[in-house]
Ligand binder design. Structure first.
Ligand code: IVH
Length: 680
């Protein structure tokens, strides 16, 4: 259709009409499931919009439907601090625990509560911020306090409105929360495409959804058929409603997709009935759910009940029991882990459990395997629960064939052949050969992977390829890779070689704590690595630390201290660290916590810490309160006045609640420290 070029004003007008129409039709299609026009007609309007916008780029608005196809490619995700923390939920598993939850709530409330029962969607929690009705910023949950800015990616999710209808359009700010997920059909389709392209398929819908959202190139996200359901708001008061049920209704009216299975229950019995109903509906749904969320409906009652540092007291997630299925054992292999632990893994006749195809299941260890008395060809019961690796839980003996071949745990390492060892006090059987090739590959995968240096583009497959090609024999070699050698690898090419080299370059200077994690020292996880880094500040002083100095740190016990000592005293570690230096790896100097607090600001208070703090190490936090005149305790007692509870707090939190201590979550703690330091 050839038409006269439009003037700027005409274009602006036409663009506005197009935006309005496209929003309307997208809403009819994705949210109401009741389209008014055909897909072809929609595409035509859309193309007109894109063409006009490219002729008048300055007329592109943030709410334009054209953002649905993805925008500029990002270098990295920015961090966003949530206005209010995105809490998680406590889990319950049976009717008795539901009764306990209900009884606890009734005791605290003057009036009888009603409950909202909502399917627990198995995707990724996100927060969407709308200003004057326009979607301006979206983020992942992250650790609950700080998430990643994925605004451009979220704009490509069809169900997420870019602009709100009705009264919500006038609100200065609305923080909407919900779940991004992938429907089973979209998931199957995506995996088919990946397999056809020679890529690794995603293990389940949830991983596929997370992998699709956390894409630096929003166009990739746009190519994935992601869906969205809303389940709450950070500032529900803005919507002028008095209950969760009315909040969801109102959010539905302003354009958000609301799950059709949400149900208001007047009693615990109705909650139980709804749970059973959802369990029955579950296999037939076209998306994954892993339980039912039960929420006190009335907002004022929610307020009375409040929250602990990690979860609201007015809601629980009632999880479905782990799903199990029967299949047969085709083979058992023995994998060597990075610390030499040997894990028996069964290869199964593929079986679908909750929509996920399971091909392998762990047999955990020698004892587990022998207790099962598993044999080749056996029919077994396999269990899958959430994200954890599927496991073989039982052998169905009635189905065993006489010919079933017995299996034996090996005496020699399947990779290097050296005799395996088992300490009397451990279940683990280990290969203790420090030069074992199997351990080396695993160590390198850990080093480059998420819990190590997190070098983008160096996953399992790539690391194994580098080792096989003889380009990497140990971790320092990553820092001396050359573009030409990489590009010559099968299936790599210059582009991917350059990408990986750039990612490695980004990690040439690392924080001490991250480096310690990457080294894979036994018993040194994230918390310990941060503690060591904060206390010793440099690798040299950590290396020189005596056993007593290590033991003097709060949070470090015998086992960890001797593992750290043993690691740094190994001759192989010395030469490894020298090779890192020679390869040009640098450790970023540790920033010391600023502790210019008034020395008596917290006098008389005794702090206890539990859980992980995201913005500073526990050691730094302790130093800060001590500098303000407080004492620090290592266990709960009447002496303690304040409990600081980070993420994943332990039993100390429950105990502190019982004792009625002041409980500070990370945000409250930071605020307190700020006040103290500014002398308020
Ligand atoms: S409410 C303060 N409602 O479950 C309440 N969460 O373990 C927090 N989830 O990270 C969330 N469906 O991603 C809520 N209908 C629902 C949900 C839901 C799934 C997820 C959410 C959250 C996790 C909590």
């Amino acid at each position: 259709m050839a038409s006269k070029p439009l003037s700027r004003e005409q274009a602006a007008q036409r663009l506005e009409t197009l935006r309005r129409e496209l929003h309307l039709h997208a809403h009819r299609y994705h949210v109401l499931d009741d389209p008014l026009i055909t897909d072809a007609e929609y595409d035509q309007l859309f193309r007109e919009l894109v063409d006009l916008e490219s002729a008048f780029p300055d007329l592109v608005t943030p709410d334009s439907p054209s953002h649905r196809v993805g925008g500029a490619v990002l270098d990295a995700f920015q961090q966003v601090r949530h206005k209010k923390p995105l809490l998680s939920l406590d889990n319950i598993f049976n009717e008795e625990e539901l009764q306990d939850f209900a009884t606890r709530i009734r005791k605290a409330l003057p009036d009888k509560p009603a409950f909202m029962a909502e399917p627990k969607l198995d995707g990724l929690a996100v927060e969407l911020v709308y200003e004057q009705g326009v979607f301006t910023s979206g983020s992942t949950r992250g650790d609950g306090l700080v998430g990643e800015d994925i605004t451009a990616q979220l704009k490509t999710v069809a169900g997420i409105p870019l602009k709100l209808h009705g009264p919500a359009a006038a609100l200065p700010e609305l923080q909407v929360r919900g779940e991004v997920f992938l429907r089973r059909k979209g998931f199957a389709e995506l995996n088919r495409k990946r397999l056809a392209a020679g890529e690794q398929p995603f293990a389940n819908c949830r991983n596929a959804a997370a992998g699709s959202l956390r894409q630096l190139d929003p166009a990739v996200t746009a190519s994935r058929p992601l869906s969205f359901f809303v389940y709450g708001a950070g500032n529900p008061e803005a919507m002028q409603v008095d209950s969760q049920s009315r909040l969801l209704q109102a959010l539905g009216e302003c354009g958000f997709p609301v799950n059709p299975l949400i149900t208001l229950c007047k009693s615990e019995d109705e909650v139980v009935a709804q749970y059973r109903k959802l369990q029955e509906l579950r296999p037939g749904l076209d998306y994954d759910i892993d339980g039912m969320v039960v929420k006190v409906d009335t907002l004022s009652q929610q307020e009375i009940l409040g929250a602990t540092s990690h979860a609201p007291r007015w809601a629980v997630a009632w999880k479905f029991p782990p799903s199990q299925a029967r299949t047969s054992v085709e083979a058992v292999e023995f994998q060597v882990g990075r610390t030499g632990v040997i894990t028996p893994v069964a290869t199964l006749t593929p079986i679908s459990i909750d929509g996920v195809v399971v091909r392998k299941a762990t047999l955990h260890n020698q004892d587990w395997m022998e207790r099962l008395d598993i044999r080749l060809g056996d029919t077994v019961l396999v269990q899958r629960a959430g994200d954890v690796i599927p496991e073989v839980v039982k052998v169905i003996l009635e189905n065993r064939e006489d010919s079933a071949e017995a299996l034996h745990f090996p005496e020699a390492c399947p990779v290097c052949g050296q005799a395996l060892q088992r300490r009397a006090d451990e279940v683990a059987v280990r290969c203790v050969n420090p030069d074992c090739g199997g351990q080396l590959v695993r160590r390198l995968i850990h080093f480059a992977g998420k819990s190590g240096l997190d070098i983008v583009g160096l996953g399992k497959k790539q690391v194994a390829a580098l080792v096989n090609a003889g380009l990497v024999a140990d971790a320092p070699d990553f820092f001396q890779l050359e573009a030409s050698a990489l590009a010559a690898l099968d299936g790599w090419g210059e582009k991917s070689a350059a990408k990986v080299l750039a990612a490695i370059e980004q990690r040439r200077e690392v924080e001490l704590s991250r480096f310690l994690m990457a080294l894979g020292i036994r018993h040194v996880g994230e918390v310990t690595a941060e503690l060591l880094a904060a206390h010793f500040s440099s690798l040299e002083s950590l290396q020189a630390a005596t056993l007593d100095e290590l033991l003097a740190l709060d949070g470090i016990g015998e086992e960890v201290a001797s593992s750290v000592q043993e690691f740094f005293h190994r001759p192989a570690t010395q030469s490894l660290l020298e090779r890192f230096t020679a390869a040009g790896l640098r450790i970023r100097p540790v920033q010391q916590a600023k502790t210019q607090a008034r020395a008596d600001a917290l006098q008389g208070r005794v702090f206890l810490f539990t859980g992980t703090l995201s913005s500073l190490s526990r050691d730094a936090a302790k130093q800060a309160v001590k500098a303000a005149g407080a004492q620090v305790a290592s266990s709960i007692s009447k002496r303690v006045t304040d409990l600081v509870a980070g993420a994943k707090p332990g039993s100390k939190l429950v105990e502190a609640e019982r004792l009625g201590l002041t409980i500070l979550d990370e945000a409250a703690f930071l605020k307190l420290m700020q006040e103290v330091q500014h002398g308020k």
